[in-house]
Design a protein around this ligand. Structure first.
Ligand code: SF4
Length: 296
């Protein structure tokens, strides 16, 4: 049986260049999060990417502020010279880019700040400050016959001759190996990182800061290919839904709802008649009782 070169490891020549006299193929430009938004709920995708002006979003969520703050602090930590990468640097780093939105009051915000600092201190304690990642919050991109994919990866490590995709998580519930295996975003990042750095990338890891656990998965060519195929199928569904609207199909029909407990956490709940039936959550609920969060 011959070795099949995965589609994202092709010659590097853009597909458009190959068909010199063919009309240029229009690629669907997307990030994993854009595709995931449609897979979670087509209506939410429409609100985010199709309707203009977009419907107003609800207020900012404290759990998003917390996640963003922790991610930025880790980026800043890697931005320091290796000899200054110590836990003592963390309070200043976290404070400098702390996002204040969504908290109930200052008392809650202070408590969550201390919690985040504790996570960061434990996490950084297990890192080798001299180990330089290949990329931190690095944007990677790849093209297939139908997709122009890009996305920003929390961290790309090089271990031996291979790359590893690292994604930080800050929710209460620690992810498991199935989450790492099933994550379309991580698989697409692996594909794009391999394409950008021209190094094999099969391992993806979810680093859960609250518990200090790592959920990992080793992809195969076949499993990455499956994720890529599903991404292309999702893109095809989106293009078909947008064409249907152009052809006169009512937007609510072209982009149907996929309702569930996650509606309570949807930014567009107030603009969505289905979502309005979901339980109302305060912007700070998830940092108070994170175990109840199902934001999809
Ligand atoms: S509230 Fe629920 S059904 Fe409505 S757009 Fe958001 S996720 Fe979809």
């Amino acid at each position: 049986m011959g070795f099949v070169v995965p589609r994202w490891q092709d010659s590097g020549v853009d597909n458009e260049q190959l068909g010199l006299f063919a009309p240029p193929r229009r690629l669907f430009t997307c990030t994993p999060s854009k595709l995931g938004s449609y897979e979670d709920c087509p209506r939410r995708y429409r609100f985010s990417y199709v309707d203009r002006p977009a419907p107003p979003k609800g207020p900012p969520w404290a759990h998003n502020s917390l996640g963003a703050s922790v991610h930025t602090a880790l980026r800043s930590w890697y931005g320091l010279p290796a000899d200054r990468r110590a836990t003592a640097a963390l309070p200043t780093l976290l404070k400098a880019t702390w996002v204040r939105e969504g908290y109930r009051d200052e008392e809650q915000e202070r408590e969550v700040f201390r919690r985040a600092l504790g996570w960061l201190e434990s996490y950084v304690d297990g890192l080798d400050p001299d180990e330089e990642p290949l990329g931190v919050e690095r944007t990677v991109a790849a093209r297939t016959e139908t997709l122009a994919l890009s996305g920003r990866v929390d961290r790309i490590d090089q271990r031996g001759d291979e790359l590893v995709i690292v994604d930080y998580k800050t929710g209460r519930t620690g992810p498991g190996p199935d989450d790492a295996r099933g994550s379309r975003a991580l698989a697409l990042y692996a594909i794009a990182a391999e394409r950008v750095f021209r190094k094999r990338c099969r391992r993806v890891e979810l680093h859960h800061l609250p518990t200090g656990t790592v959920a990992a998965h080793e992809h195969t060519d076949q499993s990455l290919e499956r994720h890529l195929r599903r991404a292309e199928e999702t893109a095809a569904d989106i293009v078909a839904a947008e064409s249907a609207i152009t052809a006169g199909t009512p937007p609510d029909e072209a982009f149907p709802v996929a309702a569930g407990p996650w509606c309570s956490w949807c930014d567009y709940r107030k603009s969505c008649p289905t979502g309005q039936q979901a339980e109302v959550k305060d912007p700070w609920t998830a940092v108070d009782r994170p175990s109840q969060v199902d934001t999809r």
